[in-house]
Design a protein around this ligand. Structure first.
Ligand code: FAD
Length: 466
């Protein structure tokens, strides 16, 4: 074909989740790909990443893994999560299924194992991965990039045609691009942060709770979640406000918060009060609370992801988001597929990057917004009566109108509809649910003719999908 004679070389910064997958997709299309990664090779010394030990993998992420030939390796370590196991304040727990059956589930995967699988597959596809290379500076004029080996300060300078920034939320490439052009960068941090804790296996080496669920303890101001790992542990994430806050303007500030829950003993008191059923499951609570770092949560918005044909950003480097929809990696993987397709389709890289950004930026904005909304839903709503009634109606309408009404969570997690479409249809559906359940305590009193008519009037049929 026309492009076959063009030499296709590219330099990727970051061999995290997106960098390793993107490199594989291009290498499989015959590109020569070099990846430069700040950390050491996790296959030699163990994974140094540390934080957010497991991640929820959904259909869009799996689709990208399939295209890279990585799905079987990743799925061999994955644990199925059928729904949210909500642990109520009175001590009882109930499973809220995510989908209609076990064909509609999400998967818990270990970040370190996933990264290792992706690196293996990248190298097998012919990608050159260079470890201990931290991007330090870029001379865009001369198309030269400078990397440093942080162990000994050794510098490596190299020429590039194009740099792809897969170097995460704190992207060095983004900082270098921002020195050349205005990227329209802004970050919004939540006034909540997180801490990771561990539930080890029980005495017989088994799981201490139901393994096939994402556990949630919603308590309004505070929240815990727990995801299963295939070694029969759970990673617990505790979310708390940064500071004590007043219930009403001018009122006395109250906890819990990371400011007032300052040490392991205070964390134990918090668990005894708010999450008593979880307390006996976290034997090293004091240690984990004091030894693990407190992570901040924020959303990164950029107006521009590209510097003509010389650089482009993807994944967290372009659009980090809060983790409450479990979609940051899934979105980053979708970026990889889109960018590989745009790049492979033309010799004009600036045009490919512009087309990539035009396709992906509105979708990134939509999932960023949905992730923020999901935070409030998980914290405050999953144990509410009117929320539960709306969910019941949502499921009923999805059964009555499978071609038109699909829960937003399903559009995002079990299908690959553009995020922006899921966001917009989700907004229309939410209004419908609120309107139809207003004044009702049960669905028995609902007028189904009115409900059906509203669905037909307001929701166009869904596009064809798999
Ligand atoms: P990263 O995974 O951060 O990779 C960046 C890589 O670049 C790293 O390897 C890093 O070492 C390297 N690097 C950094 N700087 C340089 C440099 N200067 N030079 C060279 N290399 C560099 N997403 C989900 O889909 N599901 C979830 O359940 C989920 N849960 C989450 C929970 C928490 C608490 C958090 C914080 C995030 C969660 N996410 C989740 C989001 C997900 O972690 C990110 O979206 C994903 O890791 C983005 O991949 P990335 O490759 O863009 O960045």
């Amino acid at each position: 074909d026309d492009l076959a004679h063009v030499e296709r070389r590219i330099t990727v910064v970051g061999a995290g989740l997106a960098g390793a997958l993107f490199a594989t997709l291009l290498a499989r299309r015959g590109w020569q790909v070099d990846v430069h990664e700040k950390r050491g090779d996790p296959r030699l010394k163990g994974y140094e990443g540390g934080r957010s030990i497991n991640l929820a993998l959904a259909e869009r992420g799996r689709h990208a893994l399939r295209l890279a030939g990585a799905d079987p390796a990743v799925m061999s370590h994955a644990v199925m999560m059928r729904g949210r196991m909500v642990h109520f304040a009175d001590g009882h727990a109930a499973l809220q299924r995510y989908g209609k059956d076990d064909s509609e589930v999400i998967w818990s995967v270990h970040r370190g194992e996933l990264n290792i699988s992706l690196l293996d597959i990248a190298e097998r596809a012919g990608v050159n991965v260079h470890f201990h290379r931290t991007l330090q500076g870029v001379d865009f004029e001369g198309r030269r990039a400078r990397f440093v080996d942080e162990r000994n300060g050794e510098l490596h300078e190299l020429e590039f045609e194009t740099l792809v920034g897969a170097d995460g939320a704190g992207s060095s490439l983004r900082a270098a691009m921002a020195a050349e052009i205005e990227l329209g960068e802004r970050s919004e941090f939540l006034d909540h942060s997180y801490k990771e804790l561990e539930i080890p296996p029980d005495a017989d080496g088994g799981f201490r709770m139901e393994p096939n669920a994402l556990h949630i303890w919603p308590r309004g101001r505070s929240m815990c979640i727990a995801l299963p790992n295939d070694e029969r542990t759970f990673t617990v994430t505790l979310f708390l406000p940064n500071h004590d806050v007043a219930d009403v303007a001018g009122g006395p500030p109250r906890g819990p918060s990371f400011a007032s829950v300052a040490d392991g003993a205070a964390a134990r008191e918090l668990f005894a009060r708010e999450f008593p059923d979880a307390l006996p499951l976290v034997p090293a609570l004091e240690h984990d609370f004091e030894a693990n770092p407190t992570g901040v949560l924020g959303t990164l918005y950029l107006d521009t992801w590209q510097l003509d044909d010389r650089a482009v950003l993807l994944g967290d480097a372009a659009h980090a988001m809060v983790p409450f929809h479990g979609q940051g990696m899934n979105c980053a993987f979708e970026d990889c597929v889109a960018l590989a397709e745009h790049l492979d389709g033309t010799a004009d890289r600036a045009a490919a990057f512009a087309a990539f950004q035009a396709e992906r930026l509105p979708n990134a904005r939509a999932i960023q917004a949905m992730a923020l909304e999901n935070y409030l839903e998980m914290r405050d709503r999953v144990d509410d009566d009117d929320y539960l009634l709306q969910r019941e109606l949502e499921q009923a309408l999805a059964l009555r109108h499978p071609d038109r009404f699909m829960p937003r969570y399903s559009m995002v997690s079990f299908h690959r509809f553009p995020y922006a479409m899921a966001y917009e249809r989700g907004r229309v559906q939410r209004e419908l649910l609120v309107e139809l359940t207003r004044g009702h305590d049960t669905l028995d009193t609902l007028d189904w003719d009115v409900a059906d008519a509203l669905v037909l009037a307001r929701l166009a049929p869904l596009p064809a999908h798999d």
